[in-house]
Design a protein around this ligand. Structure first.
Ligand code: FES
Length: 159
């Protein structure tokens, strides 16, 4: 097993920050046209030294193991970052200790980067909300995706 595969396996053994962040300030969702996988990221902000910084980040993925491992790593790395700092993080930086992604897996990291950017773009707006027919918010990405068409879910394809 390559060292990359070993690191992915280790990250998956204890994935961090999985699941919806109930009191999130921003949420972003992307789908990969390359493989059809999807990822949603939630962000919660706080004030530190007069700056707005990321307090917590979480994710939910319908994606491969690499996307889950990168999202787990990235949501840890995002803590304490300002919005500007977070916006400029590259896929390579978001993978942290996992190291560089193999060429075939770069789009998996881009899925995480795309969800982060989408959430930052939607900061304070919570524009990507999925209303259920009763008007309440769909509780999870899974339920959001299973609901019938006609809602307000907007999926932003990554480049
Ligand atoms: Fe689609 Fe990894 S194969 S995100």
């Amino acid at each position: 097993m390559s060292s990359f595969e070993t690191k992915i396996k280790e990250a998956l053994a204890q994935p961090r920050n999985q699941g919806e962040l109930e009191d999130a300030d921003a949420v972003g969702t992307v789908g990969s046209p390359e493989c059809g996988d999807m990822l949603r990221m939630w962000l919660k902000f706080t004030e530190k030294d007069g700056k707005r910084v990321i307090d917590r980040a979480s994710f939910q993925a319908f994606g491969c193991q690499t996307a889950i491992a990168v999202a787990s790593m990235a949501t840890e790395l995002l803590r304490g970052k300002t919005i500007e700092e977070a916006k400029h993080l590259s896929v390579h930086e978001l993978t942290g200790n996992l190291g560089p992604l193999p060429p075939m897996k770069i789009h998996c990291g881009q899925l995480v980067e795309g969800a982060l950017r989408n959430a930052l773009d939607n900061d304070a707006g919570m524009e990507i909300q999925v209303a259920s027919p009763s008007g309440t918010m769909a509780p999870t990405l899974s339920s959001a995706l299973q609901r019938k068409a006609g809602g307000t879910l907007r999926i932003v394809p990554i480049d």
